[in-house]
Design a protein around this ligand. Structure first.
Ligand code: F6R
Ligand code: MG
Ligand code: MG
Length: 370
C-alpha cells in the first residue's frame, strides 16, 4: 500500500517559559487528531512533544504537500494557540508567523517533513524531534548514519547498501525559493563534507538509496529567522528515517547520537552546546536548553501506526546524557568567550550587533607624532 507519513510541528506556547506545552494544549491536539482519523482525512496519527514543540505525526494516502493535511495541522495549531492564550502561556502562537493559511505550512512557521512510499512488508521508521536548534543539527547524525561505516556497519557487512546514497542538500540562506544541490556517496563525499560542515547554511533535506531509489530520510529545513526576518525562536527541526534492510538498521541510525555533537541553539538560539538524546516528552531546563532530541520508533502497516518505542529510554543513553551535560558545561564554563556563542552572522538577538554600532563610533585611530 502506498502511504504518506507527514510530521508537522510547531511551538504554539508553553508553561514556565519556553519549556513545554500544557496538558490542555496536548489534549486539544489529540482531540483534533482523533476527529481527523474519524473523518477519514488521516489513517492514523500521534501527538507528542519535545521541549516546547508539539509534533503531529500523521499517516494518510494524500501524498506530500497536500493542502488538506497542511490545513489540518495549521488549524490544530491555531486551536492549541487559543488554549495557550486562554491559559496565559508564554509564547502563545509563537511559530504561526502568518495570519491566514495559504495551502502549505512551509514558509509560515511550522516545520514539516514528509515522505510517500510503497510500504515494505514490515516498515520500521524513526521520528526524531529536536528542540533549541536549527535543522542543520541533523547534518552530522543523518550523514554519518547512512554514509559512514563507523556507524553504518552494513556498508561493510551487507551487500544491499554498497551503491551508496544520494543527498539532497538545501542552501537555507537562499530565501526566494528552494535552492538545492544533489550529491552522491561515495563519489561526491568530499563535496558533501565541504557543504555540511556549515550546518547553519547547508542542510541535508533528504537521503535516497542509490540502488533502489527509495527515500530513506527527510528533514524539516525551514529557518524561522529567514521567514520572519528576526529571531522568533529556533526552528527545532523534525526528521523521519526509514530503517532496516536496504537502509541502515535502527541501531546504526542511532549510533551517531552517542557523540552528543555540538550544535548552535540553546539559550536565545545563540550558543554552542552538546545535543542531548532524551526520552519522549522531555522538557527544556538548564540555560533554556540544552539542545535535546527525542527518537520514537514505529512500524506502519496499511497506514496504521504501532505504539512508539522510546529509543533513547535505555540505560546506554544515560551515559550519553551525562556526557552531553559535561560537554555543555565545558562550553558554558567560558561563558560568552570565543566559540561558545554564535558568530556575528548567526547571532539570533540583535543586542550585540546594535551595541557594536554604538561602540564603533567611539573608536579612535591613534596617530603617532613623527
Ligand atoms: C531559545 C529560546 C529561549 C529564549 C529566551 C528569551 O530558542 O526559546 O532561549 O530565547 O528564553 O525569550 P524571550 O525573548 O521570549 O523572553
Ligand atoms: Mg519557544
Ligand atoms: Mg522549541
Amino acid at each position: 500500500m502506498k502511504i504518506t507519513l507527514s510530521v508537522i510541528k510547531a511551538d504554539t506556547g508553553s508553561v514556565g517559559g519556553h519549556n513545554r506545552p500544557s496538558n490542555a494544549m496536548l489534549a486539544k491536539a489529540q482531540e483534533e487528531m482523533d476527529k481527523a482519523i474519524k473523518k477519514g482525512l488521516l489513517i492514523d496519527g500521534r501527538v507528542s512533544f519535545t521541549g516546547d514543540d508539539i509534533a503531529l505525526l500523521m499517516s494518510h494516502t494524500k501524498g506530500t504537500d497536500h493542502p488538506d493535511i497542511h490545513k489540518f495541522a495549521w488549524d490544530t495549531f491555531v486551536e492549541t494557540t487559543k488554549i495557550a492564550k486562554s491559559q496565559g502561556l508564554y509564547g502563545a502562537g509563537q511559530d504561526l508567523l502568518k495570519d491566514a493559511f495559504s495551502g502549505n505550512v512551509r514558509g509560515m512557521g511550522p516545520g514539516s517533513c514528509e515522505m510517500e512510499f510503497e510500504e515494505r512488508a514490515s516498515e520500521p521508521f524513526v521520528l526524531f524531534a529536536a528542540d533549541k536548534c536549527g535543522p542543520g543539527m541533523f547534518n552530522y547524525p543523518i550523514f554519518s548514519a547512512f554514509a559512514d561505516p563507523f556507524h553504518n556497519a552494513g556498508l561493510l557487512l551487507a551487500p544491499d547498501m554498497r551503491a551508496g546514497f544520494t543527498y539532497n542538500i538545501m542552501d537555507v540562506n537562499y530565501t526566494e525559493a528552494d535552492r538545492v544541490i544533489t550529491l552522491k556517496v561515495p563519489e561526491d563525499i568530499f563535496d558533501i563534507g565541504t557543504l555540511i560542515r556549515d550546518p547553519n547554511h547547508y542542510v541535508i533535506e533528504s537521503v535516497i538509496e542509490n540502488a533502489s531509489g527509495l527515500t530513506g530520510a527527510v528533514v524539516s529545513t525551514s529557518r524561522l529567522h529567514n521567514i520572519a526576518g528576526k529571531y522568533v525562536g529556533k526552528d527545532d527541526p523534525v526528521a523521519l528515517v526509514r530503517t532496516q534492510k536496504q537502509f541502515p538498521s535502527t541501531g546504526e541510525i542511532l549510533s551517531p547520537w552517542a557523540t552528543a555533537h555540538f550544535t548552535l541553539g540553546d539559550n536565545r538560539g545563540s550558543h554552542h552546546v552538546a545535543v542531548m538524546p532524551v526520552k519522549q516528552n522531555s522538557i527544556i531546563s538548564y540555560f533554556d536548553g540544552p539542545t535535546i532530541v527525542s527518537a520514537a520508533g514505529y512500524c506502519v502497516h496499511d497506514g496504521k501506526l504501532t505504539e512508539a518505542v522510546d529509543l533513547f529510554d535505555q540505560p546506554f543513553w544515560d551515559e550519553i546524557r551525562t556526557r552531553a551535560t559535561n560537554k555543555t558545561l565545558e562550553m558554558r564554563a567560558q561563558g560568552y568567550h570565543g566559540p561558545t556563542m554564535a558568530g556575528m552572522d548567526e547571532l539570533e538577538y540583535t543586542g550585540v550587533v546594535d551595541n557594536l554600532k554604538r561602540l564603533d563610533e567611539k573608536f579612535v585611530v591613534r596617530t603617532h607624532k613623527s
